[in-house]
Design a protein around this ligand. Structure first.
Ligand code: F6P
Length: 357
């Protein structure tokens, strides 16, 4: 009998179900006796022993279904070693629940924080397989994470829709794109949507350069400008602040996010109104794209293969377009950011896109 646990942790994305299905089908097609236990609401389920035995019907019809059939929650890695309100040792509790069910392995789907906890559980002696999920695409050691391509589609759609109204009204528009501290999603959606200015956390902007780029377009007879701004975009001045100082500044800011601050600054300098659109969590919703469905099926299949070979402690990743097992200890805690000198950034600049730098 093979007993496998599964959980999805952190912010959801479109392709979590597709990835779980990939693992489940990979296992059930190759072993006679199999039990898959789904822990509910992320690590919370593993800590408090909330789980259910999943059957093959749970994995049917979910390839195209967004969200997660197991539910998810954020359980910050930095608090994992801190006992809960009732003094429960969370790490010990997770280990106990794993052993109580006599699991051979636990498959953990999630982003960076989730991966750090997965690695911690590995260090604690549990057999772990991690599948890299996040619309942010910021997991080190994999070319791509699942959810990223699906989110690009939605963010691009948002920019496309803004394009027509921006053109009708001759206005400056900002579309704020998710991505946490990195700019992958903004870079790709911005380029796909034909944004004129793309502002990323990795390339701090100078507001004067941003305004100059808008004026340059106006002089060239272009009545409107579209900015794709990452939610983590930062000005050159703010980038000089310490993390603590910047956090304090943000807390005191009258603006709900950096895009509104940029809009106000542009508005002041140009004497015109600037509109902000925030697609927000829509970027994590809906069905996975065909690319993500295939990616998840491939990662899931390799995850199943690793389990069958009892080869644990890995993230199942895409490396140079091939599915690979990457040791968790080599990647946990590292962030994959956009290189300001990357070819794609240079190509974008060549086509006239301003990064405000
Ligand atoms: O990590 C995925 C993500 O959607 C980020 O892009 C974003 O910053 C964050 O999660 C939002 O988190 P929450 O859903 O907790 O608001």
């Amino acid at each position: 009998m093979l007993r496998v646990g599964m959980l999805t942790s952190g912010g959801d994305c479109q392709a979590l179900n597709a990835a779980m299905r990939g693992v489940a089908k990979g296992l059930s097609s190759n072993v006679e006796e199999l039990e898959i236990y789904g822990f509910l609401d992320g690590y919370k389920g593993l800590i408090y022993g909330n789980y259910r035995l999943l059957s093959s019907s749970d994995f049917s019809g979910i390839l195209t279904k967004g969200g997660t059939i197991l539910g998810s929650s954020r359980q910050p890695f930095k608090l994992m070693r801190t006992p809960d309100a009732n003094g429960l040792d969370k790490v010990e509790a997770m280990k106990q629940n794993y052993y109580k069910l006599n699991l051979d392995c636990i498959v953990i789907l999630g982003g960076n924080g989730t991966q750090k906890t997965a690695n911690l559980l590995r260090e604690e002696g549990l057999n772990v397989i991690h599948l890299p999920k996040t619309i942010d695409n910021d997991i080190f050691g994999t070319d791509v994470t699942f959810g990223f391509q699906s989110a690009i589609n939605i963010a691009t759609d948002a920019i496309d829709c803004i394009h027509t109204t921006a053109a009708s009204h001759n206005r400056v528009f900002i579309v704020e794109v998710m991505g946490h501290k990195v700019g992958w999603l903004t870079l790709y959606a911005g380029m796909a949507g034909g944004a004129d200015i793309i502002l990323l956390p990795e390339i701090p902007y100078d507001i004067k350069k941003v305004v100059a780029a808008i004026e340059h377009r106006t002089k060239a007879g272009k009545g409107f400008t579209i900015l794709a701004v990452a939610e983590g975009a930062i000005s050159k001045e703010d980038a000089k602040l310490s993390k603590k100082e910047y956090k304090k500044k943000q807390e005191k800011s009258p603006y709900p996010s950096v895009s509104y601050e940029i809009a106000a600054e542009i508005g002041k300098k140009l004497g015109s109104e600037v509109r902000v659109t925030v697609p927000g969590h829509t970027q994590r919703g809906g069905s996975p794209t065909p690319y993500d469905r295939v990616l998840c099926t491939r990662l899931g299949a390799e995850g199943a293969k690793a389990i069958l070979e009892k080869d644990f402690g890995h993230m199942i990743a895409m490396v140079n377009n091939e599915v690979r097992r990457v040791p968790l200890e080599n990647v946990a805690g590292k962030l994959k950011t956009v290189d300001p000198n990357a070819q794609i950034v240079k190509e974008a600049k060549l086509t006239g896109i301003s990064f405000g730098d």
